[in-house]
Design a protein around this ligand. Structure first.
Ligand code: PLP
Length: 410
C-alpha cells in the first residue's frame, strides 16, 4: 500500500487566482455584454524584445545542424550565461562571486521551493506577511509549516507583519528562528528595503546563525539609486544568504523560463553535532541529481538580455510598465486612496476604504467598475484590508481601468 504524503492535505484547497477567476466568471455570466479589465494576476503582457527573439532564432537554427546541436547541458547552466551574470549583475556593484556560485534555474519559483530540501524538516521558518504563497506552501508540503489554523496562519511559522503602520518594514524576530524568507522589491506590497535596513537583517542573521532566502525577482524595477539590488551588496551576506533571480519579470520570460540562484561557497549550516556543512556542494549535488538544466534556447535568450541592445530594450519595457505604476499610484492617490509601493516595483498596494474586507472590496469594484484587483488577504492575514494592482497591463487598459474606477466612485 502506498501511503500518501498527508502534508499535502493540509494545504488550502482554494487557490487565490482560481477563486478570483470563479468570481469574475460569475459576474460575466450575469452581465453578458460587460467587458472586464484585469489588473489582478501578476503576469507580464508585453512581447519579448527583439534581441531575445533574434537569440532564440539563432539558437534554434544551431540546434538543427550537426555541429551546433546541443543535448544535455551542464546542470548548473552554461558558462556563457553564468559569466554574463557575474559581469553584468554583480561586478558593477562591487560583488565578486565565483562562477560555481551561480546556478541557472528554470525560473525562481522552482528554486525558492526546492531550496528547502537542503535544510532539516524541523527548522523554524519566518516569513513576512503578506507573502508570495510559494514559500509557505512548499514548506507545508514536507510538514515544516505545521497545520493551518482558522486564523489563516501555519502553526510552525513565525509571521512578521508588514503593514502601513510599520511602513511595510518587518521587525526582527523576537523569538528563535532558523530560516527567514525576504523578498525585495516585494510582491505583493511593491515596497522596498533600504541598504541600511537590509544590513540590520544580515547582521541579525550572522549574529544568530540564521539562514536568509532572499528573493530578488523584481530587482530590475528598482529606480532609486540607494536601494540594494542584491543582498550581497551587504558585507557578510555571503555567509548567511541564498539569493534567487528570475528573468520572468525582468524580460518577460514567464513563458520562456530562466533565472538563477546564488549559493555562496562561504555559506554553511550545522549538523546536530554542530559540524558546519557547506551548502554550495549540497545544492550542486541536488541539482545534478534532480535537474537536467534549463534549455539551451532559454539560456541563449537570457544571454541576449546582457547585450547593449538587449539591455536597452529590456529597460524600455520596464519603463513602459513603470509608467503604468506611476499612473496608478498618482490617480488612486488623487481619488483619495492610501496607496503604497509602485515606485521601485510593478505593484501598487492599496488600503481599502473604511477597512472594507479585501474580498468585499474586490467584488464591489468588479460589479461597480468592471475592474479586477487581487484581494490582499490572499497573500496572508496581514493583507486583509488591502488589495493589489499590477502595472503589467497595457497603457490603454490601465488608463481605462482608472477611468472606470473614477466613474464608479462618482
Ligand atoms: C514572479 C515571481 C517569481 C518568479 O517566478 P518564475 O518562476 O521565475 O517565473 C519569483 N518570486 C516572486 C515573489 C514572484 O512574484
Amino acid at each position: 500500500m502506498a501511503l500518501v504524503n498527508e502534508h499535502f492535505l493540509k494545504l488550502p484547497t482554494n487557490y487565490l487566482f482560481a477563486d478570483i477567476a470563479k468570481k469574475v466568471n460569475a459576474f460575466k455570466a450575469t452581465h453578458k455584454s460587460a467587458d472586464v479589465i484585469s489588473l489582478g494576476i501578476g503576469d507580464v503582457t508585453q512581447p519579448l524584445c527583439p534581441a531575445v527573439i533574434e537569440a532564440l532564432h539563432k539558437a534554434a537554427d544551431e540546434m538543427g545542424t550537426k555541429s551546433g546541436f546541443r543535448g544535455y547541458g551542464p546542470e548548473q547552466g552554461y558558462d556563457f550565461l553564468r559569466e554574463a551574470i557575474l559581469k553584468n549583475d554583480f561586478l558593477p556593484r562591487g560583488i565578486h562571486l565565483d562562477i560555481d556560485e551561480v546556478f541557472i534555474n528554470d525560473g525562481a519559483k522552482s528554486d525558492t521551493g526546492n531550496i528547502q530540501e537542503l535544510i532539516r524538516w524541523d527548522n523554524s521558518v519566518a516569513v513576512t506577511d503578506p507573502i508570495y504563497p510559494v514559500y509557505l506552501d512548499s514548506n507545508a508540503m514536507i510538514g515544516r509549516a505545521g497545520v493551518k489554523g482558522t486564523d489563516g496562519c501555519w502553526s510552525n511559522v513565525y509571521y512578521m507583519p508588514c503593514t502601513a503602520e510599520n511602513t511595510f518594514v518587518p521587525e526582527l524576530p523576537t523569538r528563535r528562528v532558523d530560516v527567514i524568507y525576504l523578498c525585495y522589491p516585494n510582491n505583493p506590497t511593491g515596497t522596498v528595503i533600504s541598504k541600511e535596513e537590509l544590513r540590520k537583517w544580515v547582521n541579525y542573521a550572522l549574529k544568530n546563525d540564521v539562514l536568509i532566502f532572499f528573493d530578488a525577482a523584481y530587482e530590475a524595477y528598482i529606480q532609486d539609486p540607494d536601494i540594494p539590488h542584491s543582498i550581497y551588496e551587504i558585507r557578510g551576506a555571503r555567509k548567511c544568504a541564498i539569493e534567487f533571480h528570475s528573468y520572468s519579470k525582468t524580460a518577460g520570460f514567464t513563458g520562456v523560463r530562466c533565472g538563477y540562484t546564488i549559493v555562496p561557497k562561504d555559506l554553511t549550516a550545522a549538523t546536530l553535532d554542530g559540524e558546519r556543512i557547506r551548502l554550495n556542494p549540497l545544492w550542486n549535488r541536488r541539482q545534478s541529481t534532480k535537474f537536467n538544466g534549463t534549455s539551451y534556447l532559454s539560456q541563449r535568450a537570457a544571454e541576449a538580455i546582457y547585450t547593449s541592445e538587449g539591455k536597452q530594450q529590456v529597460h524600455d519595457t520596464i519603463s513602459y510598465y513603470m509608467q503604468n505604476a506611476h499612473l496608478l499610484l498618482e490617480s488612486l492617490r488623487r481619488m483619495g486612496f492610501d496607496v503604497y509601493g509602485g515606485r521601485n516595483a510593478p505593484y501598487i498596494w492599496m488600503r481599502t476604504p473604511n477597512a472594507t474586507p479585501s474580498w468585499q472590496f474586490f467584488e464591489e469594484m468588479l460589479y461597480g467598475a468592471r475592474v479586477v484587483c487581487t484581494p490582499g488577504v490572499g497573500f496572508g492575514p496581514s493583507g486583509e484590508g488591502y488589495v493589489r494592482f499590477t502595472a503589467f497591463g497595457s497603457h490603454e487598459d490601465t488608463e481605462q481601468a482608472l477611468h472606470r474606477i473614477e466613474l464608479w466612485l462618482g
